[in-house]
Design a protein around this ligand. Structure first.
Ligand SMILES: O=C(O)CCC(=O)C(=O)O
Ligand SMILES: [Fe+2]
Length: 263
């Protein structure tokens, strides 16, 4: 019989040494850093994103983005292509952050204060530095998926991590909907040798019987959760000209205990 895991507590505790360790161990559903950014910082960030313009992923629901996602390269492209494309994506993100503030560096600094076990920084391997800090518009929602690099990116350094979290700062919110739901059913797909499994649009059986945690993406807050747990975003209603705008990345724990970030 499969064991159904249970979180040891519910709610949205603050970031601390103890809650960060518990989230890495998948013992709690989420951490919320309230007022990570001010209203003014979020408004200037959202405006800078609109001025910069977004690209759209080829999935059924429209997801706009600025930046680079490693999983776009997972099936049919060499690693060299990914690392070649990082500097241009960094430049687009840096242009937005220059007009508002540097959310990625602020997050690294906050994590480092609460992580005595190793260093905290953007992931890097001999081919180059990873991209960290994807900006998203997701008013239509995002389908059930899981993010865990040992399965998604086995040939990259980040494929050696033993725990994966994701953080997002919400810079603009919807008038209704847009909640994120995390299902406590750590993703363990059947692995056939050297095949990278489908991680998007997971079948509902993947999460059947699991406890769930749903949170609201409130402006100014960062929410961190364990992205090996399948998760989804509800679609919602945006005020005219507004969207569900976030910036975030993954956080993985390497075998040497360092925490590394990438998107
Ligand atoms: O925007 C969110 O609430 C979650 C986005 C997501 O899927 C992730 O960070 O892995
Ligand atoms: Fe995700």
């Amino acid at each position: 019989m499969m064991r159904i895991p249970k979180w040891s507590r519910t709610g949205e505790p603050d970031l601390s040494r103890e809650t960060l360790a518990a989230l890495l161990a998948d013992e709690i559903p989420a951490i919320r850093i309230r007022n990570f950014a001010t209203r003014g910082e979020c408004a200037s960030f959202a405006e800078a994103v609109r001025r910069a313009g977004l690209k759209y992923y080829s999935v059924a629901r429209r997801i706009g983005y600025i930046g680079l996602a490693q999983y776009e390269y997972r099936w049919d492209r060499p690693k060299e292509d990914y690392f070649r494309d990082v500097p241009a994506a960094d430049a687009r993100k840096d242009a937005v952050q220059r007009e508002s503030f540097d959310a990625v560096q602020r997050l690294i600094d906050r994590l480092a204060e609460h992580y005595p076990d190793g260093r905290v920084g953007i992931a890097q391997e001999p081919l180059g530095r990873y991209y960290a800090g994807i900006i998203r518009h997701a008013s239509d929602g995002v389908d059930l998926h899981a993010d865990f690099a040992p399965f998604n990116a086995p040939h990259y350094l980040v494929g050696t991590i033993d725990a994966q979290l994701g953080w997002n700062l919400y810079a603009e919110e919807l008038v209704a909907g847009g909640e994120t739901t995390v299902h406590h059913a750590p993703w363990s797909p059947p692995l056939r040798d050297d095949e990278i499994p489908q991680s998007y649009n997971l079948p509902r059986e993947t999460v059947a019987g699991a406890e769930t945690f749903t949170f609201a993406p409130n402006v100014g807050d960062v929410v961190i959760f364990n992205t090996r747990n399948p998760h989804e975003i509800a679609g919602g209603t945006a005020a005219p000209g507004r969207d569900r705008i976030s910036i975030g990345s993954f956080i993985g724990r390497l075998p040497n205990r360092d925490l590394v970030m990438w998107s």
